[in-house]
Design a protein around this ligand. Structure first.
Ligand SMILES: Nc1ncnc2c1ncn2[C@@H]1O[C@H](COP(=O)(O)OP(=O)(O)OP(=O)(O)O)[C@@H](O)[C@H]1O
Ligand SMILES: [Mg+2]
Length: 457
């Protein structure tokens, strides 16, 4: 079998097929078909990644019905096939119909072979990208631990500590900026522990007014204060046998810190207005996004409570320190959203991925998750672009083109730019790389306002 990528040519005109085959056989393993049954049989048999398809085929030479039927049939067999439509230049509506049915691109007659080559090259590039995306998502399966995605060294270290501390009952303090995944880490510890079948009870100490937090944590007896019409168990009691997660522990009022410390020492509580001591067996995990050391120095946090809580400390690194995980995380969120919203998005363009990696992410993983979610809502095509993410493209590619032609030109420009970058601006090598003549490359550089090297190397 040929190691070249397979390309299926579907055209009823033998002469055109001959010309195309002659021009493309050096780069592709070219297959041919002149009608629907042959074309679909070839798709089934050889699974070509690329197809050039003339829409006007017998019995509907003037219309597009036969071509569109091949298009749909082929995508049903292999949804990843990149199908490029060949249309007459007055057939804009047919081209649009084809794109709506899932064609990758269209080329107008009379066909210019260098345009065909660039479009095919770009399609092949995207096909590779899809394959990489799939590999990434498979890797995501391996580098996911209890809902935490991460394969970089700092996250692997976090997973390692979680596994080590989970079986014991020691308190754990999780530190890190907003949105880094502290709550997920707490839940992972719980799920890896013997307590996993009992409750995981979370309380966000910063979200509850100071006046209510005591009764929220410790519960109260009937009549303990005005409005306490019923006896009520607190969150600590609800976590009996399980795990209590004290989120934003730095915001807990000082008087309550004393009471909490006593509970951590004795494993006993008294409800507000109650006299009996209740023994509670729960594991305590706390989280904070403030520097507790400086809160101690500022007199806002008790040192003795701090030392009780921080027997094991897990610092969760900000997303900016684990750039290598951004593609994995983005991909995981994409899959999740695509599933929820029933959209058929194949992945991120390379520009979008580059923009994601370059963004500083002050809101950390939560911000990344929200961006991807919004992009999935906004996206119409098969790929998420920098503009869907509302991030400027790292490569400086302009905003999205609205027209089909504009979209194609964007891709063309991109391929040309990549070739120039790859060859360090060497026109001869870039032209060879693109499979076009040097004059054509000069024209393309002009058309897209790309920099021309001063001297040819
Ligand atoms: N490593 C990760 N893998 C997958 N999803 C993650 C990861 N880290 C965080 N998330 C997701 O990001 C969001 C924020 O995570 P989480 O609530 O755990 O962060 P946090 O540190 O507790 O944030 P805050 O300080 O704002 O409360 C959640 O939707 C969570 O599912
Ligand atoms: Mg949190």
């Amino acid at each position: 079998m040929s190691s070249l990528p397979a390309l299926l040519l579907v055209d009823d005109d033998e002469e055109i097929r001959g010309q195309m085959k002659w021009a493309l056989a050096g780069d592709y393993h070219v297959l041919e078909a002149s009608d629907r049954p042959t074309a679909l049989a070839q798709v089934k048999q050889a699974m070509p990644g690329l197809m050039l398809l003339d829409l006007g085929l017998p019995p509907d030479v003037e219309g597009a019905s036969e071509g569109l039927a091949i298009l749909r049939g082929a995508l049903q067999i292999n949804p990843l096939t990149k199908i490029i439509i060949i249309t007459g230049n007055s057939d804009r509506s047919k081209a649009i119909a084809a794109i709506q049915s899932g064609a990758y691109d269209f080329i107008e007659k009379p066909v210019q072979l260098d345009v065909v080559k660039v479009v095919l090259q770009r399609a092949q590039y995207l096909a590779n990208l899809e394959r990489e995306n799939r590999t990434l998502s498979q890797q995501a399966g391996q580098s996911e631990f209890e809902g935490l995605v991460g394969s970089c060294e700092p996250m692997q270290a976090v997973f390692h500590v979680i596994r080590r501390v989970a079986p014991s009952d020691v308190p754990v303090l999780i530190t890190g900026e907003n949105g880094t995944g502290k709550e997920l880490v707490a839940r992972a510890i719980h799920r890896q522990s013997q307590r996993k079948d009992a409750a995981f009870v979370a309380i966000n100490c910063s979200a509850i007014p100071d006046t209510l937090i005591e009764s929220e944590l410790f519960g109260h007896e009937k009549g303990a204060f005005t409005g306490a019409a019923q006896q009520r168990k607190g969150r600590i009691e609800h976590a009996q046998g399980g795990t209590l997660f004290l989120d934003e522990i730095g915001d807990i009022p000082l008087p309550l810190q004393v009471k909490l410390l006593r509970f951590l020492q004795d494993h006993e509580i008294q409800r507000l207005g109650g006299k009996d001591s209740i023994v509670v067996d729960t594991r305590v995990i706390a989280a904070t996004n403030v520097d507790l050391q400086s809160a101690i120095r500022g007199g806002r946090f008790r040192e003795d409570l701090y030392y009780r809580l921080c027997v094991v400390t897990i610092p969760v690194p900000p997303l900016g320190e684990r750039q290598a995980d951004i593609p994995l995380l983005a991909r995981a969120f994409l899959l999740r959203c695509v599933d929820e919203q029933k959209k058929s998005i194949a992945g991120f363009t390379s520009e979008a991925m580059a923009a994601l990696i370059d963004h500083p992410w002050p809101g950390n993983v939560r911000e990344l998750e929200n961006r991807v979610k919004r992009a999935v809502v906004m996206a119409e095509g098969r790929y998420i672009t920098p503009s869907h993410l509302e991030l400027s493209s790292a490569g400086g590619m302009e905003g999205e083109a609205v027209t089909l032609r504009g979209q194609r030109e964007n891709r063309e420009k991109d391929v040309v730019r990549l070739a120039m970058e790859k060859t360090n601006g060497n026109i001869s090598r870039a032209a060879a790389e693109l499979g076009i003549s040097r004059p054509t490359l000069y024209q393309l550089l002009d058309r897209y306002g790309l920099k021309k090297p001063k001297q040819e190397g």
